[in-house]
Unconditional design. Structure first.
Length: 157
């Protein structure tokens, strides 16, 4: 559960106690480098870093919503080394991310600057990704939550 206004997160599990997640630096990463998340079998991090996530839809707290015009053109791949590969319609974006079992921040990097033909949501998609602060899974869907409980994005594989 994510509390409002970045008030924290509660994680519930079934069964016995589980070890706390840890984050290890990527080999050779300096102070400005990406931090590679550590994954354990069955963990949220392992699910996050498996495959390519296709954007389905987003909604903000005011009720405004966006539907991906073509999910195959709006994707995110979270690599185990802490880098992210993003497809924003006709543009490719590099980046990095930091994550644990519930928190997630995405740092956008170099972007190609093609003018995508309308209708495109490339700029909106990238703006929304930059607002992400946490995540969870709802069945087979990945849900990215924005800072201060202002909205969310839904992805599928």
């Amino acid at each position: 559960l994510a509390f409002k206004v970045d008030g924290g997160i509660m994680t519930f599990t079934t069964g016995g106690a589980q070890p706390a997640p840890s984050v290890q630096p990527a080999p050779g990463a300096g102070s400005g480098g990406a931090t590679a998340p550590t994954t354990t079998a069955g963990s949220n991090l392992q699910r996050l870093t498996t495959g390519v996530w296709k954007w389905q839809q987003s909604a903000d707290s005011s009720g405004k919503s966006w539907t991906s015009p073509n999910p195959a053109n709006y994707t995110v791949q979270f690599n185990a080394d802490g880098t992210a590969g993003i497809q924003a319609d006709c543009n490719r974006v590099g980046g990095s991310y930091k994550a644990d079992e519930t928190s997630l921040t995405i740092q956008l990097g170099p972007t190609t600057l093609m003018a995508c033909p309308p209708p495109t949501l490339d700029s909106e998609f990238l703006r929304q990704l930059s607002e992400v602060s946490s995540y969870f899974f709802d069945g087979n869907s990945l849900i990215l939550l924005w800072k201060m409980d202002t909205g969310s994005m839904k992805f599928a594989q």
